[in-house]
Design a protein. Structure first.
Length: 153
């Protein structure tokens, strides 16, 4: 069993609160020292109450799914003797109503493009198998109710 900790901190400061026009910007702090500026999505709460330069929770969820899949993919590729030079995923999360009628991220589509070098490159079937194994083992995808699909580019 493992435990993961993130500290999320929002401070009101001098801004009014009860008028509902307070800033949603806040900080995410992680155990390694990284600090990420977070905010509500501008589509949910308009600017200036949202910070469009910050990461919103919806984007973070999509990035977490993509990152988890990529890390498993890289590990399986290395184990198979494949040299990956570049991995780029333009992942997309779709917000909608789920089967319970609740607004949620209902699907995440990963669109990885992988560049290989070295003596061996995988054929289409081997590449599909690497993505399949990565998807099956991704902790984040396994934690979601949303569908997660992989569409290699």
């Amino acid at each position: 069993m493992s435990e993961y900790v993130a500290t999320v901190e929002w401070v009101r400061g001098e801004q009014p609160f009860l008028d509902n026009r307070y800033s949603r910007a806040h900080d995410w702090r992680f155990d390694g020292g990284a600090v990420v500026r977070g905010s509500s999505a501008p589509g949910s709460v308009p600017v200036p109450m949202s910070d469009p330069t910050a990461v919103d929770p919806e984007e973070a969820l999509v990035a977490a799914v993509s990152s988890c899949h990529m890390l498993f993919f890289l590990a399986y590729a290395a184990k198979a003797g494949l040299v990956v030079d570049r991995y780029v995923d333009e992942a997309v999360g779709i917000m909608g109503r789920d089967d319970r009628g609740r607004v949620s991220i209902v699907s995440v589509v990963l669109k990885p493009a992988v560049t290989f070098s070295g003596a061996t490159s995988p054929d289409a079937a081997a590449l599909a198998e690497l993505h399949h194994r990565s998807h099956e083992h991704c902790y984040i995808a396994n934690s979601l109710r949303a569908s997660v699909t992989v569409e290699p580019r």
